[in-house]
Design a binder for this molecule. Structure first.
Ligand code: GLA
Length: 396
């Protein structure tokens, strides 16, 4: 069983009792994720290697006898009330617009209804210890926590990958962020102490154990991303442009997944320079994930780390989604003893780096990284040590 944030659960239970006058019947927990390799490839049908993390969103909930659902975001000290009808126009029962955080539970409700399953009114208080906007999928964890909530209330069965797809649709079609499947997948399908390997085309997935002598260390630059969804969507469309241009020479190419590195190298000069850089990142990153799978099978964890380092260089120079702070954090980490690999994780532009570190050196690594990053930037970083955790489930 994954580590559970008891103090946070006690807080939301207390809040629930004060607001609704009884104990919550259930508590759902849904983790954030960290991605080890395969960045910006999920929407190009590539392979990703994330793990669910110990930080998670928790929902304390009970069924409601009222028609409207009432949801309290303890972290914002705000409450919303909505019905399946009101959310059609992204509004509450009193006709005021849903706040941004409210789009996540409401979006999940709407997509579940579209999916044809029963969704019952709920009374809920939720809170999260996944830092927001930090590249650790706080949004996906809220979505999958509410899916778990409504699943418990109505009792329907739904395969795990379908749950992830419903939550992804909530993000794409309701919140309006055109993300791939990776985050919701990791939050739903996480397995304790294991890395997840997902083929984003076939949606086949499996897991591999994380060796005991290595630790995942997440380092938060504390700089939050700006204008992410705009640049994110722009990167997606640059990849689509590359496919369009390359398919003139390579019939049958549907996504960059279909372009072999050799063919890409032969045709690269045909692409405008910026499009070439973006597509090169994707084609080479998919190749890196293939090599990484082999490295894992062979237990060659140092090689896996080197591929992480190469991934960062590519995100920085070709995909151009890094930042001064991320580059600083990564280069300090890579210079420290015991660091096997370091890179930015998630969409980029700010947020966190992920480091693969020899367990025996983890504490010194974290201390030195903190001190040297502070010295270089004047910022106080946060370090999150995490094991890979289980996916969304009920803890009560
Ligand atoms: C965000 C998106 C994911 C993925 C990553 C980049 O986290 O939500 O779908 O595209 O960025 O790898």
């Amino acid at each position: 069983m994954s580590t559970i944030n008891r103090p946070l659960i006690e807080r939301i239970e207390k809040h629930f009792k004060e607001r609704f006058g009884s104990e919550p019947e259930h508590i759902a927990r849904a983790p954030g994720r960290v991605n080890l390799l395969g960045e910006h490839v999920d929407y190009n049908d590539g392979f990703v290697m994330p793990a669910a993390i110990e930080r998670a969103t928790y929902v304390a909930f009970s069924p409601s006898r009222a028609e409207a659902s009432q949801v309290i975001a303890a972290d914002f000290a705000e409450q919303i009330s909505f019905t399946p009808d009101s959310i059609l126009t992204k509004t509450q029962t009193n006709r005021s617009p849903l706040p941004e955080w409210g789009l996540y539970p409401a979006g999940v409700m709407q997509m579940l209804l579209k999916h044809g399953v029963a969704v019952q009114p709920v009374q809920a208080v939720f809170s999260s210890d996944v830092p927001r906007g930090a590249g650790l999928s706080s949004s996906a964890s809220v979505e999958t926590a509410f899916l778990t909530t409504w699943q418990r209330l109505a009792g329907w069965a739904m395969p795990l990958m379908e749950r992830a797809r419903v939550c992804q649709k909530a993000e794409n079609q309701y919140v309006g962020v055109n993300c791939g499947i990776m985050d919701q997948f990791a939050s739903v399908c996480g397995v304790e102490n294991r890395l997840l390997l997902l083929d984003c085309r076939s949606l086949d997935w499996n897991t591999v154990p994380i060796p005991e002598n290595v630790a995942i260390v997440i380092a938060d630059t504390t700089v939050r991303r700006r204008l992410t969804s705009g640049v994110y969507n722009q990167r997606r469309s640059e990849c689509e442009q590359a496919v369009q241009l390359l398919s003139r020479h390579l019939p049958g190419v549907r996504t960059l997944r279909d372009v072999a590195l050799q063919d890409f190298n032969r045709l690269a000069a045909e692409l405008p320079p910026v499009i070439e850089k973006r597509a090169r990142h994707v084609v080479e990153e998919i190749e890196r994930t293939n090599q990484a799978r082999i490295a894992l099978e062979l237990g060659a964890i140092e090689q896996f780390g080197r591929l992480m380092n190469a991934c960062h260089a590519s995100l920085r120079d070709l995909y151009e989604v890094s930042s001064f702070e991320l580059d600083t954090m990564v280069s300090i980490a890579q210079s420290l003893e015991g660091c096997l690999g370091a890179r930015l994780t998630g969409a980029g532009f700010g947020g966190c780096t992920v480091n693969l570190v020899e367990s025996a050196r983890m504490t010194t690594f974290a201390d030195q990284l903190k001190a040297r990053y502070r010295q270089a930037t004047g910022l106080n970083p946060e370090i999150y040590l995490t094991r890979a955790s289980d996916g969304a489930n009920l803890v009560k």
